[in-house]
Every structure is written in C-alpha cells, then in structure tokens.
Design a binder for this molecule. Structure first.
Ligand code: ADP
Ligand code: MG
Length: 325
C-alpha cells in the first residue's frame, strides 16, 4: 500500500507544468491576426503537437513563445517565469530549433557540440556524450557535418539544443525534408527524450499522421485559432467510433431491421447495401448472425474514417461556425 502511494506521489512530482500559454495573440502591423487568443499548457514528459496547415499560425506562436517575436496580447510562462518580464530566467529552460540547425560543416558533429558547450560554463564532457547517445549518433558523431544526411543534422541539432538540459524543447516542423525512415527515427528518439529526460516537447507539423504517432496531446490550430486540444487516445477513440461496416445482402430492409434490433446501432440503407455503425471487430459476429437468419451476403467492406477525414471535419465544423470546445 505504501509503495502505491509513493509511486503516485512520484508521478505527480514528475509532471509539473513547464509551458503555460494564455490568450496568446499576434496582430501584425498590417492588421493580420496570425494567432488569435490561444491557450494551452505542456507538462514535463509530455509531447504536445501543434497541428495546422501552412499559414495556420504555428511558427508565429512559437516565435512569441521563444521571445523571437513580440507578443501582441496574452502571456507565456516557462517554468513559471514570464517570457515578457523575466526573459533570461524563462529562456534558460528552453532548447529549440526554430529553423534548420546552424552548424559548422567542416567540423565534426562532436567538435560542433564541444564548441557549443563551451558557450556555456557548466557543461561537462560526460553530458556531451550523454546527448550524443540520446539522439543515437554515437557511431557517426566524429564525422564531418558536411557529410551528414538531413536527418543526422537534425539529430545533432537537437543534441545541441538539449545540451544545457532544458526543461522545454521546441521544434518547429523538424521533419520537413526528412524521408519516412528519418521521420520514424526522429519519432523514436523524441519519445525517448520526453520519457527518459522528462523534457516537455512542443513540436509543430502540418502532417496529422506524423503527429498521431508521436504526440501525447494534439492541439489543432486553424487560421490562428486553437480549435481543439485532445489527448491522442481521444482522437483514436473518435476514429474507432466512426468505423462502419458495409454489407451487400439480398433483403436489405429486412436485414437492416434485424441488425438494429440485435446490435442496437444506427443503420443506413443504400440500394442493396446496409451501412451499420459497427467496428471491424464485429464482422464475424454480424456475418454469423445474418446467415443464421437466412440472409445471403454478397460482400462486406470496412468503412473507416482516416485521420485526415477526422481532422478536416473538425476544421469544417469550425468554419461553419460551430462552437467546438
Ligand atoms: N511578418 C509578418 N507580417 C505579416 N503577416 C505575417 C508575417 N509573418 C507571418 N505572417 C502571416 O501569418 C500567418 C501565419 O503564419 P505562420 O505562423 O508562419 O504559419 P505556419 O507556421 O502555421 O505555417 C500567415 O498568414 C502568414 O502569412
Ligand atoms: Mg511554420
């Protein structure tokens, strides 16, 4: 019993809020509202995905969060310190790559890291070796940066960004230009980073599938507005509950009624097909049931909404003026 309490206390201690954004707004001098009153927070060990189409306002928000662009309205706190009024204390907790990482091409990854570490007073050699390991670059770190692939450069860039053990890592579209394998590798080590180093990660992307596999929480931003903030499990559940089975039968009216009575789910009819709101896993059950009732089945299809469809629906609902909160 005592152990259980200790574990839950430890869990709580591990999850302080690292980034807190409240009512953040950016109005450019030409009057464009690029970020419109967004609020969210990211805790230690959490990967928060900022998802939105090109031009949605992700980079503008990230630039305000990192102090690179003036905040029109609202507040940003990092480890409780305001980026506006306590800039130095707030920014020392942040590591980030807002654009492609800057590195000296003629030097090795290791020399770059050592040079970067020398800009700080307290970074030991053991920490450099540790970050190299964290980003999985042990075998290639002594080669010249000029010979690295884009993915390897990104890794060393991230190693550089986390040298000073920041509490918050911010990455603006880090997978742009990476091939699928590079994306997969980055996903794995970012997860490791969040979980092993307990770093809060804010990452932006316009690719839903990529975010879905990486993030714990997804915030969808459209036209400067945060439409929805959802734990990833909820998005997955939403997709599951949107699953449908399409069955072609000889007597659709009759079969439809049987299904409604037996499974208590919505059924639509379309010519000689039935579209039942059931998950793929119930196909064997429904087939056995219909056959037992003397219905002949001529075909079965699964109809599942893709992540993209779910995403587009959310945006469409928003544009139509529906209030999603
Ligand atoms: N300096 C600027 N002046 C005026 N508008 C800008 C400026 N920078 C970006 N924008 C506009 O703000 C919107 C959001 O851009 P951005 O934050 O770069 O989007 P994202 O990173 O999501 O692709 C876009 O409409 C863009 O054209
Ligand atoms: Mg951008």
């Amino acid at each position: 019993m005592r152990n259980v309490i200790l574990i839950s206390e430890e869990e709580n201690l591990k999850k302080p809020v690292v980034l807190e954004v409240k009512n953040l707004t950016k109005v450019f001098s030409n009057g464009r509202v690029a970020v419109n009153n967004i609020s969210f927070s990211v805790s230690a060990g959490e990967i928060f995905g900022f998802l939105g189409a090109n031009g949605a306002g992700k980079s503008t928000a990230i630039k305000m969060i990192t102090g690179l662009s003036k905040i029109t309205e609202g507040s940003v706190k990092i480890c409780g310190k305001s980026i506006k009024t306590q800039f130095e204390e707030a920014i020392k907790n942040v590591g980030g790559i807002v654009e492609t990482p800057e590195m000296y091409k003629h030097m090795s990854g290791m020399t770059n890291l050592k040079y970067y570490a020398s800009l700080y007073s307290h970074i030991k050699g053991s920490r450099i070796r540790e970050v190299v390991k964290l980003v999985g670059m042990e075998n290639r770190i002594n080669e010249k940066v000029g010979k690295y692939s884009l993915g390897m450069k990104q890794r060393v860039g991230i190693a550089q960004a986390i040298l000073h053990s920041p509490k918050l890592l911010i990455l603006d579209e880090p997978t742009n230009g990476l091939d699928p394998n590079g994306i997969k590798e980055m996903r794995e080590f970012l997860k490791d980073l969040a979980h092993k180093e307990n770093i809060a990660i804010l990452i932006s992307s316009h690719i839903l599938g990529e975010m879905e596999q990486l993030c714990d929480t997804i915030g969808i931003i459209d036209n400067g507005v945060m439409l929805k903030i959802n734990p990833i499990e909820e998005i997955r559940k939403g997709i599951e509950s949107s699953q449908k089975i399409v069955i072609k039968v000889d007597y659709p009216n009759y079969a439809g009624k049987l299904i409604i009575n037996q499974f208590n789910v919505p059924v639509e009819l379309d010519n000689n097909t039935i579209i039942a709101g059931l998950p793929d896993s119930s196909i064997p059950k429904i087939v056995a049931f219909l056959i037992s009732k003397g219905i002949s089945i001529y075909g079965i299809l699964q109809k599942t909404k893709s992540l993209e469809e779910v995403f587009l629906e959310m945006i469409k609902k928003h544009s139509a003026g529906t209030n999603i909160k």
